[in-house]
Ligand binder design. Sequence first.
Ligand SMILES: Nc1ncnc2c1ncn2[C@@H]1O[C@H](COP(=O)(O)OP(=O)(O)OP(=O)(O)O)[C@@H](O)[C@H]1O
Length: 357
Amino acid sequence: MEWYEQKESMIGDILRFVAPGTPIREGIENVLRANTGGLIVLGYNDKMLHLVDGGFHIQSDFSPANLYELAKMDGAIILNGDGTEILYANAQLMPDPSIPSTETGMRHRTAERVAKQTGNLVVAISQRRNVITLYKGSLRYALKDIGVILTKANQAMQTLEKYKNVLDQGITNLGALEFEEMVTFSEVIQVIHRIEMVLRIKNEMLNYVDELGTEGRLIQLQLTELVSNVEDEAALLIKDYSKRSDYEPYYMLKKLQEVNQTELLDDAQILKLLGYSSTTKLEDPVMPRGYRILNRIPRLPSLIVTHIIDRFGTLNEVVKASTKELVVVDGVGEVRAGKIKEGLNRIQEQLFIDRNI
Ligand SMILES: Nc1ncnc2c1ncn2[C@@H]1O[C@H](COP(=O)(O)OP(=O)(O)OP(=O)(O)O)[C@@H](O)[C@H]1O
């Protein structure tokens, strides 16, 4: 995993752990409302042992109400790693003061240092500023107000819908051109750009969904409905046009998204990833293998699609093939060959109706 993926997945784990609907979050919200402030450490391991001073040993089951009561005392509360037990309260934490901290207040400085020193999740609930800050290792994350995230998530959803429509139209247009043998790299790359845009917003939304917990269920449903097939479609597109046999399509999709994380997409980079040389021009023609279109034929198993493409090489050769020629392929009999021809005709007709170029 790349560092930012690790970071992303760690943030995701943490956000799910403290998401609305969990007992931990309910406890934290209680402390926030009570205006007492709080410092909560999750996990009591060897590293913690050395930096805890004083406090009461409690050893009780975690409940939001217990947390609330204990937060009235000064000092830190220490829970077990999964937050099901309260181990200590009123503890003084003494992390290594030489660990750098960007925080100003003592509570937050301590939280940041303890997180860095122990790797545990530490939650600081500010008394004066009404904010919850999470620390784990060197990660810092300020939880936002649920209303604010909901608004952002809904805005992102609208943007996503727009981009998804644009992508769908691009895919339709590309399909129509494929049947006409008129595809150039330019159209392929345009569709890849659009896929990247959609996936980028989708990833942003997944963070909101994590952070919203039970409050985000509706958004999660909408998100799944809207983009669940985008990655599969993208993988087929890559299989249609990639020249590389060393990359598996989903791996390549990830690679494309990595480029996306750090810099803006660049046509030449995409061409290179797809295995084309630097002399390839955008206006050069290119033939699809046919994975995308053939996979749309009802009840045609993808293994047979692969056999067909192995035999014919490109979509256009498949389209031109007679029923007799199709029957030669492993797993294709008379009936199936007829269905393939019929399916291709129907898909082509529909694409020609839906295209807008
Ligand atoms: N080392 C520590 N161990 C345990 N608790 C601490 C430690 N340092 C500070 N606290 C707790 O934090 C409280 C507030 O400290 P301080 O005002 O300096 O923090 P802060 O980061 O500015 O937080 P806030 O925004 O809540 O004021 C202290 O009263 C104490 O309960």
